[in-house]
Design a protein. Structure first.
Length: 216
């Protein structure tokens, strides 16, 4: 029996092959972002990221993988308005952390000859506060980074160490702005940590401000 047949039979007050299951098929049967994040961790999913389609209730989008694993019979047709001025059809991968080596000094950035870039996304989600004018979301995680550079300073060290990182995201209902606060437990040396944000701007060159000059 298909999910559609199971639901239609149930609506006719007839007994299907099993009880229909609905996870996230509508807002009333939705799952909170924190609970969904814990569910993905429990099921040992490779992708532990969470997308939220209702910022007010902090409801998570249920991925097809999870829907299949819990044998859910319902798929929601979502409205595009996610609240706080957001549109769920324009999600972007933000708060992406990139860490590379730095063989320069306190004034000049100089990547090592054989650099290794480590990319990390935070996947531990918690809600700090939700009010009528703003909502605060805290996302945390850990980065496993080389302790420094090798003695020749041409590549990163093989020994790794764990560094915790936390990002606080604040959304406003009446202001087209998102605020980020980053806390990083820096336990390594000779590296540069960057935060990546996508834009629609296409450029051929960039000017970067340094301590004493502007580099093209």
């Amino acid at each position: 029996m298909t999910s559609r047949e199971r639901i239609l039979l149930t609506l006719k007050h007839k007994e299907p092959d099993r009880v229909p299951i609905d996870l996230g098929g509508m807002r009333s049967s939705g799952i909170h972002a924190i609970a969904y994040n814990k569910l993905k961790r429990y099921l040992n999913c490779e992708d532990k990221s969470v997308k939220i389609f209702d910022l007010g209730q902090q409801l998570a989008v249920v991925d097809d993988e999870i829907r299949k694993r819990v044998t859910s019979d319902v798929v929601e047709l979502k409205r595009l308005d996610g609240g706080f001025g957001t549109r769920i059809n324009s999600w972007k991968q933000i708060d992406l952390f990139l860490d590379g080596g730095d063989a320069g000094d306190e004034y000049t950035y100089s990547p090592p000859l054989n650099d290794e870039i480590i990319v990390s996304r935070l996947d531990n989600i918690s809600i700090q506060d939700v009010g009528p004018s703003e909502a605060i979301l805290k996302v945390s995680g850990k980065m496993i980074l080389p302790v420094g550079l090798k003695s020749d300073r041409k590549s990163r060290a093989e020994k790794m160490i764990e560094c915790s990182i936390e990002s606080e995201v604040k959304l406003f209902s009446e202001v087209q702005r998102i605020e980020f606060k980053i806390k990083f437990d820096n336990r390594v040396c000779d590296h540069r940590l960057q935060v990546g944000f996508p834009t629609t701007i296409k450029i051929d060159q960039v000017y970067a401000e340094g301590h004493f000059d502007v580099v093209k």
